[in-house]
Write a new protein. Structure first.
Length: 141
């Protein structure tokens, strides 16, 4: 059996990733799944749409499970609300077979992905580690 080099690279990234990188990878994958679901709606591919939405919901579930309210209760609560919103939009898009809720979900997922990419970049550029200096993530604008 031939191994897909793309999947092999993703597997290597996941196995070697630190927690912030994993969350960043999950957010990127979430955006890809939402985009694929939207494309499937446009193409009238019901099974593809359903599969992509199901995978997106699974990713959101993983992200929600990774929240640790003991570290930052307010941030965890806000992220949980956003994840609930994403799931609501994904379910609506899937059940009604419409794009608009996916567009809403993609906007939120993109903002979250960019925020986590920024956190990961800051970590790699030598910014203080957690507990060593102020770090803020605002999801409210």
């Amino acid at each position: 059996m031939m191994i897909n080099p793309y999947h092999q690279r993703i597997d290597e990234q996941v196995h070697c990733a630190e927690p912030v990188q994993l969350v960043s990878l999950l957010h990127r994958a979430l955006g890809e799944k939402i985009t694929s679901a939207r494309d499937a709606i446009r193409a009238g591919q019901i099974q593809q749409r359903s599969a992509q939405v199901s995978q997106a919901i699974a990713i959101v579930g993983e992200l929600a499970q990774s929240l640790d309210p003991q570290v930052d209760p307010l941030l965890a609560a806000r992220l949980c609300q956003l994840y609930d919103y994403l799931i609501d939009r994904l379910l609506l898009a899937n059940s009604q077979q419409i794009e608009a809720p996916l567009d809403d979900a993609l906007r939120v997922a993109t903002v979250l992905a960019e925020a986590w990419r920024g956190i990961d970049s800051a970590r790699l550029s030598g910014c203080p580690h957690p507990g060593e200096g102020p770090a803020h993530l605002s999801l409210c604008g």
